[in-house]
Design a protein around this ligand. Structure first.
Ligand SMILES: C[S@@+](CC[C@H](N)C(=O)[O-])C[C@H]1O[C@@H](n2cnc3c(N)ncnc32)[C@H](O)[C@@H]1O
Length: 357
C-alpha cells in the first residue's frame, strides 16, 4: 500500500496511455491537469454529477482521489473492526464482499491491506463490485486488478456488475449473493444520489436479507451534508428492523479524520498536483461512517443454546443406551461362553467315566 502511487503509475503505463516514466509520461501527467480541475469543480456541488466515461477523467481520478480513498477504506475498516470487536472469525478462510458504487474500486486496495494484517489466515476472497457505470469504469478497474495481484497473496475473484441502487427493487436480483456475503460497503457514493426513496427501500431489503454476523458500512466525506442526514435516517429505520426481526443490529456513526501517509512521487508533484489552484494534493481527509453489524438477539441465542443443550442431553442418553446395550451383549456372550465350556467339561467327564468304567 505504501507504494500505491507507483503501482498506479505503472498501471497507467502498462495500459499504454503513456509509454515510459520519462519525458512522455511527464507530458501525459501535465495533460491530466484539466481533467483533475474538472473533477474538483464537479465535487464542489452538494449534488454531484460526473461523467466518468473518458479515460482522462478516470486517470485523473486514479491519481488525485484513488490513493486517499483506498486509505479511507483501510482506516474505516480498522475503526469498525475495533468498535465491533472483530468483524470476522480469526480462523476465517474465505470472505464474500460486495462493494456498491465502487467505480474504479480503490476500496479493494484498502480492503486487502486491512485483511492481510488483521485476518492473515484468509486464503480467498470473492469481491463483487456493483456500479451504475460498471462498464464505463473498465479501464480503471483493470488497473485495480493489477494492483491487487501485487498486494494480495491468496486467491481472489474480482467481478464487476451493473446495478442502479436507486432503482426500484434492484437488489432483489442480488438476493443469493447478498445472503452469502459478510461485508457490504458504500463509499463516497451517497453524494451522487438525487432520489433516496427507492434507495432506502433497497437498503432496507439488504439489511433484512444479509446474514447475521455480516456488516454494512456507509462511508462518506463530511463535506456533503445530505449524506450525514441520510446516514442518520438509515440508523433510525434499523431500529424498526430490530423490532420486526429476531435480530439485533449494532450500529456506530463516527467521524474519522486522518492524514494521508502515502508518499507522492516527484513526477506527480512537478507535473500534475503542483499546488496551483485546483491542483493541491489532498492530505487531510475528514469523513464519517455508519456501520451496522447484524447479530442474533440475546433471547434468540439463549433459545438456540437451550435447544442445543436439549439435543446434547438426548445424544448423551442415546450414547448411554448404546453403551448399556453393548454391555448387555458382551455379558450375554460371556455367559454363553461359560455355558459352552461347562457343557464341554460335562461331556468330557461322561466320556472318561464311560471309558474307565
Ligand atoms: C465518487 S465515485 C466513488 C467511487 C469509489 N467508491 C471511491 O470511493 O472512490 C461514486 C460512484 O458511485 C456510482 N453511482 C452513482 N450513482 C449510482 C447509482 N444510482 N447506482 C450505482 N452506482 C452509482 C458512480 O458510478 C461512481 O462510480
Amino acid at each position: 500500500m505504501d507504494n500505491l502511487y507507483n503501482l498506479i503509475l505503472a498501471g497507467l503505463q502498462k495500459s499504454n496511455r503513456a509509454q515510459s516514466l520519462d519525458q512522455n509520461f511527464a507530458n501525459y501527467l501535465r495533460s491530466l491537469q484539466t481533467p483533475v480541475k474538472q473533477l474538483r469543480q464537479s465535487y464542489r456541488s452538494d449534488l454531484v454529477t460526473v461523467d466518468y466515461s473518458s479515460e482522462e477523467i478516470q486517470s485523473a481520478y486514479l491519481i488525485a482521489y484513488y490513493p486517499q480513498y483506498a486509505e479511507m477504506t483501510k482506516q474505516v475498516l480498522e475503526q469498525v473492526n475495533y468498535l465491533h470487536n472483530n468483524l470476522f472469525l480469526l480462523e476465517q478462510k474465505h470472505l464474500n464482499i460486495c462493494l456498491f458504487g465502487a467505480g474504479a474500486a480503490p476500496e479493494v486496495v484498502g480492503l486487502v491491506s486491512f485483511l492481510s494484517v488483521h485476518y492473515p489466515k484468509l486464503q480467498s476472497l470473492n469481491i463483487r463490485v456493483y456500479d451504475i457505470f460498471a462498464d464505463t469504469w473498465a479501464f480503471s478497474q483493470q488497473i485495480t486488478r493489477n494492483i491487487i495481484d501485487q498486494l494480495w497473496q491468496g486467491r481472489i475473484e474480482f467481478s464487476t456488475h451493473l446495478v442502479d441502487f436507486c432503482q426500484f427493487d434492484s437488489f432483489k436480483d442480488l438476493k443469493d449473493v447478498i445472503s452469502e456475503s459478510q461485508l457490504f460497503i458504500f463509499q463516497n457514493c451517497l453524494n451522487e444520489i438525487s432520489d433516496f426513496k427507492d434507495f432506502n427501500q433497497n437498503i432496507s431489503y439488504l439489511l433484512e436479507i444479509m446474514p447475521s454476523n455480516a456488516c454494512l458500512i456507509m462511508a462518506d466525506l463530511r463535506i456533503y451534508k445530505k449524506t450525514v442526514k441520510f446516514q442518520d435516517k438509515v440508523k433510525k429505520f434499523i431500529q424498526e428492523i430490530d423490532l420486526e426481526l429476531d435480530l439485533l443490529c449494532f450500529r456506530y456513526m463516527e467521524n474519522l479524520d486522518f492524514t494521508s501517509e502515502l508518499t507522492m512521487p516527484d513526477i506527480i508533484i512537478k507535473n500534475l498536483l503542483t499546488g496551483d489552484s485546483f491542483l493541491i494534493p489532498r492530505k487531510n481527509i475528514k469523513c464519517n461512517f455508519l456501520s451496522i453489524y447484524k447479530a442474533y438477539k440475546y433471547e434468540v441465542i439463549t433459545n438456540l443454546l437451550k435447544q442445543s443443550n436439549l439435543l446434547n442431553q438426548s445424544l448423551l442418553s442415546l450414547k448411554n443406551l448404546q453403551e448399556q446395550e453393548n454391555y448387555n451383549l458382551k455379558h450375554q456372550i460371556k455367559v454363553l461362553k461359560l455355558g459352552l465350556i461347562a457343557t464341554a467339561i460335562v461331556v468330557l467327564l461322561i466320556l472318561i467315566f464311560m471309558i474307565f468304567y
